[in-house]
Design a binder for this molecule. Structure first.
Ligand SMILES: Nc1ncnc2c1ncn2[C@@H]1O[C@H](COP(=O)(O)OP(=O)(O)OP(=O)(O)O)[C@@H](O)[C@H]1O
Length: 272
């Protein structure tokens, strides 16, 4: 397992218990979805697993080592191996900086180096963006372009695990499919582990081979996506499926039950 949690608990400073007794396990190279209604703890879980929320209880490991220990002993290495893309592309970039500067920031702060000549341009090509965008400011890009830019910035340090928290929720429906396709393409090419948070089961059905369902800070059910969608054990999961199906039908796209989990891609692994 590349990421694993046992008996994991977390209480926010304000006193809100966001996670309790969470069990979670992801194999290297897997594409895993975390679904649940608003407030179920999805973002808290991925932020914690990315090392952004210290002070958890129970166990959470990356590559067999406790995340708390990574952060104390080797935080830069941990962060370069675990990258997170947030929901809001515009909020992810400093509006005062040209995108070349923002894109190079993880290299500077985590890998302690400057970009090689042509490196940023190549990275942009990987996410289908033109190199000329490097000299622009965030407000000069569309939401879809900025989300691609956020992906490029996360990938610049070659992470082993890419977390995406509601990667398409802030985008127009027409752009959502492009970003989902890009995520699938990235996973195909890099073989990185991809962990996607979404309140929308249709997104997870499309992208992920395995899914965890969160409710009120606990995992109520998990399993292979296709099997879980076909025969959910809990009424909560059934309700999420029904909600996603009605949204899908409203949008005129295939309902989630028809969505198939993706194949497992086991190619080159960054960070071995
Ligand atoms: N920074 C914070 N301070 C205090 N409480 C928080 C904080 N962030 C989240 N919470 C609380 O923790 C619980 C879980 O929230 P979280 O954002 O992880 O859920 P979520 O499933 O990601 O929800 P959403 O889909 O709405 O983003 C909620 O009760 C929320 O109010």
């Amino acid at each position: 397992m590349i990421v694993e949690a046992r008996g994991l608990g977390f209480t926010h400073r304000a006193g809100t218990a966001a996670l309790s007794d969470v069990g979670f396990a992801v194999e290297r190279g897997q594409t895993v979805g975390i679904v649940g209604e608003s407030g179920s703890g999805k973002s808290t879980l991925v932020r914690l697993l990315c090392g952004l929320l210290p002070g958890y209880t129970g166990s959470a490991t990356y590559a067999g080592r406790e995340i708390g220990d990574w952060l104390r002993e080797d935080a830069r290495e941990f962060r370069s191996r675990n990258q997170l893309v947030f929901q809001s592309p515009s909020g992810s970039f400093d509006p005062r900086l040209r995108l070349a500067t923002s894109l190079a920031e993880p290299l500077r702060s985590l890998a302690r180096r400057k970009p090689e000549p042509g490196e940023l341009e190549t990275q942009l090509g990987e996410v289908g963006l033109s190199a000329e965008l490097l000299s622009r400011y965030p407000h000069e890009l569309s939401g879809g372009q900025l989300q691609r830019m956020a992906l490029a910035r996360a990938l610049v340090v070659n992470p082993a695990v890419l977390y995406a928290d509601e990667p398409t929720s802030a985008l127009d429906v027409s752009v959502q499919a492009q970003v989902l396709n890009l995520l699938m393409d990235i996973q195909d090419r890099l073989g990185a582990t991809l962990i996607v948070v979404s309140h929308d089961l249709a997104v997870v059905a499309r992208l992920c081979e395995y899914v965890f369902v969160l409710r009120a800070g606990s995992v109520v059910e998990h399993g292979e996506t296709t099997a879980l969608l076909r025969s959910p054990a809990s009424p909560y999961t059934r309700a999420l499926i029904t909600a996603a199906e009605s949204v899908a039908l409203d949008r005129g796209v295939s309902p989630v039950r028809g969505g198939a989990a993706r194949r497992t891609i086991r190619g080159w692994r960054p960070h071995g």
